[in-house]
Design a protein around this ligand. Structure first.
Ligand code: ZN
Length: 135
């Protein structure tokens, strides 16, 4: 039997630039042209001032663990070899928070406020997933 495949990103129109940049190993998030606010997840208008004028801005990729959980149970067969693993809410230096994994450290050693940095996991030839490790 074939090994089960992990789900791969399926970009929506609003998030397509995010996934394209990730595939090129850059972390980009929306930034407002009118008030400079950064936000995530992507949307067509600035959540701070409701301006429709925005661009995609490369960000540092540095942040900290805002919150996290350790998955001990296998919810999808493709993740059987990964448990236990960490799903975390990462707060970027630029402010927005995004959900990702923290790897490169035993799950029990992950702490809130821990400084982390992004790296890109090339999960297929056409898709890369931003993940985080301690810095
Ligand atoms: Zn704005």
């Amino acid at each position: 039997m074939d090994k089960p495949m992990k789900p791969v990103p399926r970009p929506a129109p609003e998030s397509e630039p995010y996934w394209k940049a990730a595939h090129e190993h850059r972390l980009e998030i929306p930034q407002c042209d009118d008030c400079s606010h950064h936000w995530f997840p992507p949307s067509r208008t600035c959540p701070n001032c409701l301006s429709p004028n925005m661009h995609w801005q490369q960000v540092s990729g540095r942040g900290k663990v805002f919150s996290f959980v350790i998955y001990d149970r296998v919810y999808h067969p493709a993740f059987a070899e990964d448990v236990p693993y960490v799903v975390a809410l990462i707060e970027l230096e630029e402010g927005p928070r995004l959900i990702s994994n923290v790897v490169g450290i035993p799950p029990d050693d992950v702490r809130c406020e821990m400084p982390v940095e992004v790296f890109f996991d090339d999960v297929t030839e056409t898709a890369s997933v931003p993940k985080f490790r301690p810095r």
